[in-house]
Design a protein around this ligand. Structure first.
Ligand code: SLL
Length: 280
């Protein structure tokens, strides 16, 4: 079989990946404070980080993402910051928020042009009173959103990479990952991962534990399931909270409507009595 090509596209296929774009800002100790880092300009009140991250448990980001550039405010030294490898982030100090231009550069085999995103560097507290209280207490303001990157009709090479099993390897405990040797040993003559047990026995069942030359295991599977269940519980809790908020809003809306209805009725009554008095 020929190697997957970087110039041929896979028709009628689209693959998406999620990324988290966000920032965190922390209060700096005031000038003169012993804990204030040295060399920070007097008027800087915050330390912040702006980042592009992979959602927990997602396939590894660098399969498709080659480098990230952050264009920060023009008064900073070297405002176009380039991260060739993870972590894709920039940390600085400052006093004010601004919009960061983010350029996502894809792996060359993808044949994709760079894509642009923006993120407002939020330094001040925001959101509901509860959120603001938490931000006040922890001294940290975080602003994040989930962004989708779509590959329409990816090149064969990108398609192969985005559908490969090894994209989740980073989730495995270090001991189960093995080194290059283990990777070589688990490879068949065709260069693809060997199936079945290391002793050559064929089975559809995963072994209980990972080993030097067996990357996937029931233990690994259980860890993944556990992670997914935790995330599902989080989503359920969020749904509950959102449901409660919706009920509250609806109640408020009803109260406002009632109030409005009463006011309108009163106005109509006044108008009618006015009309009557004018007619007399
Ligand atoms: C704007 N929000 O968009 C304003 C300006 C710039 C903030 C924000 C220090 C920069 C430096 C800093 O925090 N600047 O030290 O170079 O116009």
């Amino acid at each position: 079989m020929p190697a997957p090509a970087a110039n041929k596209r896979v028709k009628n296929r689209r693959i998406s990946r999620n990324i988290i774009i966000g920032s965190e800002a922390w209060n700096l100790p005031p000038p003169g404070h012993p804990d204030r880092p040295k060399g920070v300009p007097e008027d800087h009140t915050k330390r912040w980080t702006v980042y592009v991250r992979q959602p927990e448990g997602d396939p590894v980001l660098t399969t498709w993402l080659n480098k990230v550039q952050f264009k920060i405010f023009s008064t900073y030294e070297n405002p176009l910051r380039t991260c060739e490898n993870p972590p894709f982030e920039v940390t600085e100090t400052g006093w004010g928020g601004f919009t960061v231009d983010i350029r996502l550069h894809f792996q060359p085999m993808s044949g994709e042009k760079a894509q642009y995103r923006q993120h407002f560097l939020q330094l001040e507290k925001y959101g509901t009173p509860e959120q603001q209280e938490r931000q006040e207490k922890t001294g940290c303001v975080r602003a994040e959103y989930l962004e989708v990157v779509q590959f329409n009709e990816p090149t064969e090479a990108l398609f192969e990479a985005l559908t490969a099993e090894d994209q989740w390897d980073y989730l495995m405990p270090q001991s189960a990952k093995g080194g290059k040797k283990a990777a070589m040993m688990s490879m068949g003559a065709n260069g693809k991962p060997k199936r079945g047990y290391p002793n050559g026995e064929r089975s559809a069942q995963l072994p209980e534990k990972g080993s030097e030359d067996m990357m996937f295991s029931q233990e690994h599977e259980a860890a993944l399931i556990d992670l997914l269940q935790k995330k599902m519980a989080e989503v359920d809790a969020q749904l509950d909270a959102e449901g409660k908020k919706k009920d509250e809003t609806e109640q408020r809306l009803k109260a406002l409507r009632d109030e409005l209805g009463q006011a309108a009725a009163q106005q109509a009554a006044q108008q009618a009595s006015g009309d009557r008095s004018r007619r007399r």
